[in-house]
Design a binder for this molecule. Structure first.
Ligand code: ACO
Length: 223
């Protein structure tokens, strides 16, 4: 099973998964709006166990999470929102929904500095409630009366993402990129042997790495 970011080409397959699993369905442009506005937040679970018969076989999408950031947050507090989540019956209870949710929540924190994530769920949806409340740690904020088109009430739920941010920062601080090799490795090793045992060293990861300062060139002075 492959869990990866949703691509615009996946949208028809995600839409068909959504129609199979949920009564809340959306126009194609609403999926596109998510994929283009917040391309890091929506994920799909793809069954890669069966080889493609032709190069044109579509990916077998068995689950998805469609997520976004709140565009006009109250009090300016950045937060994400889960628009829709579902997994095909054939692939349930394998931990896919949990993984899809955790990937999206992580991206909300890393990319957009989200402080919490919200969602709505039917009060009768025991499976989803167990997932959100017991597995992931969401809390019920309030009941929204007649939220759904058929008149059912919804729980409006929220999860604080600050503990996740702290955990990610701690992981980043103590990440170890492995032993250095070649001459550099030898020098380090000698130094360490001379001192008392191994030393810990902070290294930059992810967005802290690689991209140098961008300098804008003044083209007008050339003419
Ligand atoms: N009964 C009780 N608890 C459940 C159930 C269930 N049927 N399904 C999941 N859980 C809980 C369990 O605690 C489970 O952990 P465990 O298997 O170790 O006991 C935990 O959630 C994680 O389960 P996953 O395997 O990650 O969940 P799955 O991939 O099966 O997907 C989902 C769960 C998305 C709710 C699935 O049942 C589904 O697609 N249902 C139909 C669509 C739906 O209701 N979507 C949510 C609507 S709300 C919204 O979209 C914002």
């Amino acid at each position: 099973m492959d869990i990866r970011v949703l691509k615009p080409a996946d949208i028809p397959h995600v839409q068909s998964t959504n129609i199979t699993n949920l009564p809340e369905n959306y126009f194609m442009k609403y999926y596109l709006y998510h994929a283009l506005s917040w391309p890091q937040l929506s994920y799909v679970a793809v069954d890669v166990s069966r080889p493609k018969k032709t190069p044109y076989d579509p990916p077998k999408i068995v689950g998805y999470v469609l997520a976004k950031m709140e565009e006009e947050p109250v009090n300016g507090i950045q937060h994400g929102h889960i628009t829709s989540l579902s997994v095909m019956r054939t692939h349930r209870r394998l931990g896919l929904a949990e993984k899809l949710m955790r990937q999206s929540q992580r991206a909300m924190v890393e990319m957009f500095g989200a402080q919490y994530v919200s969602l709505h769920v039917r009060m009768s949806n025991i499976a989803a409630l167990r997932l959100y409340r017991d597995t992931l740690g969401f809390e019920v904020e309030k009941v929204e009366s007649k939220y759904y088109a058929d008149g059912e009430d919804a729980y409006s739920m929220k999860m604080n993402l600050n503990p996740l941010r702290e955990q990610l920062e701690a992981d980043e601080d103590y990440a170890d990129e492995g032993e250095e090799v070649g001459d550099v490795g030898k020098k380090e090793k000698k130094k360490e042997d001379g001192e008392q045992g191994k030393t810990k060293r902070k290294v930059k990861l992810g967005r802290g790495l690689g991209v140098g300062e961008l300098v804008e060139r003044n083209e007008s002075s050339k003419a």
